[in-house]
Design a protein around this ligand. Sequence first.
Ligand code: C2E
Ligand code: MG
Ligand code: MG
Length: 668
Amino acid sequence: MTLEPNANLFQTLEDLNEKCQRLEREIIREKAARRKAEDIAEHGLRDLYISREKLQLLNTIASYANDSDSPTDALNFTIQQICEKQNWPIGHALLRTGPEGDERLEGTDIWVAKYPDIAFPFLEASRKIVAWPCASAPGRLFIEQSPIWTADIYAQHAFTRAPAARRAGLRSSISVPIIMGQELVGAMEFYQTESVEPSQQLMDLLLQIGTQLGRVFNRRRHADILLKNASSDPLTGLPNRSAFETEMKSVFEKEQQTADYQTSVIYLDLDGFKLVNDTLGHSAGDQLLVAMTDRLRSVVESFERQHWVEKIMLARVGGDEFVILLRSADVRDVATDIATEIHKCLHPIHRIGANDVQAVASIGIALNGPEYQNAQDLLRDADVAMYEAKAQGPEQTYHFTSEMRHAALARLEMEVDLRRAVENSAFELQFQPIVALSDRQTVGFEALVRWRKEPDTVIMPDDFISTAEACGLIVPIGTWVLREACRSAVRFHESNPSNPDLYVSVNVALQQFQQLHFVKLVRDILLETGANPKWIRLELTESTAATNPVHAARTITQLNDMGIQVSIDDFGTGYSSLAHLQTMPFDTLKIDRSFIEKHSDNTADWSFVLAMKQLADSLGMKVVVEGIENEFQQAELESFGCQFGQGWLFGKPQTEALVMATRALPAH
Ligand code: C2E
Ligand code: MG
Ligand code: MG
């Protein structure tokens, strides 16, 4: 039996074959697809891993930056993290310096190097680098403000560190800006030994890191501003008391340990500053302080340049009080020179608005030594010396002495007693006649204050007026004197109306004269007591008139307008500028008794008195010569044409009752 091929069977085999081939193709396609999928998965995983790593790096740096307020620490940490995690062998930081318009990046000591020995010359060059805007990669950050990738560092223009970079085997770099708001505050640069192609992902990451670091700089800047505000005087920008004390303490402690005393404190206080505030307003006072600070600064700077001056610091420690801390060879002499220069620098008149203002200072100096236990005591003694200088008149400099400390204590005690005396009105007036030299007729009396401390203890003005001036009590005392003098003048005229021009002359101290409403106060007292203005005269010393000549001239004119004449007292003992004297409408010039004292025979030298008489004549003033004690003086002075005199010869100061009882009042 023969078998005939079955047509159906062939058909089936063919089908099977085709199916197999299709399956095989499908398998190949599937394998390829799987491989591709696996590839994609593997890549994705790696990218994910890299992204995660970068994210982690960003997080680590951001969290460090959040806790840090030190840009240096944050930069150190960041550069180290980036070098380590991103495998860059060298990292270095630059910081922005220079004022706006002249800004640049300068190299720092902040760096990380995997192989420091090899990198050292390059790091040295980097430390000294100054990158100007635009010039090289870090400099370009000023303009571009985003990371700059340099695949071949030698191809860039102006890469001054090329020789050192070559020695370190470096090829490519990335420069990263540190940005605070819109401002470039620093940069980081990383170097690689191979030429690396730019990675956008890394650039984005570094940009974000730069911004995080910018926040640390911002925080630091705010902290610095706060610190500066806390330690500096907002008006003048000078260090304030607390900054000064901190500095002084540290210098003091060092000197105390080494027993090497070369420090002094110079204490400076303006005379008559209150007057500027009161008459011209606080803003004028501020302007004067600022203008004055500029002058003080330049004096301090000129000494700062001297090689023997080791340290000099100017600070404002109170309204019109300034101090200088000086550490120098020959400290005593240098401190004295500084004081002299300060007095000199204040001479030129300050123009404040429409007013001319003269700033005059009193200066006290204390030198450090083993006797000091703490810095505060040194500052206190400079203050005590300044106080002593002030008591001696304007523009004085005094070095502290231990006697001054005793005097200061005594003054403190007296201040307490004086305060009580003011409360109890424990003062009395005495009246000394002023006579016409031609006929010795009394034309007026000078009212002179006395302090009755105990029933049988009288303190003379020379022993308490300066303390009263120093602690401000002279104002209530002076007001009391003026009121009582007016009352006495009224009684003098009531008891003897025959001399309608008889006057009582009242001494007015600087602080009284500086009162804002002094003229009004005088007017009120006249109204209250019923005294006629022509019965009252006021006496100002030369220094009172000279302290603020413009104000003085204006006030004297107002007093004149009211009918009150003003005399210049103790003439010849102070320092008045003739130019200013000319502008002040004084009626009478009182020649100080020191020019008459001891003149008793023909050997007497009258040249000063004659000069003053001539001056008074040329300014249209009358003359009262003080301290006439003998007939010879009286005769001589009369022969010179001096119109009036005051002195023991004509009568000592007496109580009002005695004046009345002895009929010292002349019958006209
Ligand atoms: P001053 O204003 O120059 O007064 C004249 C002083 O010279 C008085 O001294 C008087 O007693 C003294 N004196 C008068 N003639 C002679 C004389 O011939 N020989 C001598 N050796 N001295 C004579 P006093 O009363 O001790 O007053 C001293 C100073 O105290 C005054 O000098 C004045 O500057 C001040 N003073 C007195 N009273 C007041 C006052 O109420 N207010 C103010 N701010 N100062 C006053
Ligand atoms: Mg007087
Ligand atoms: Mg006098």
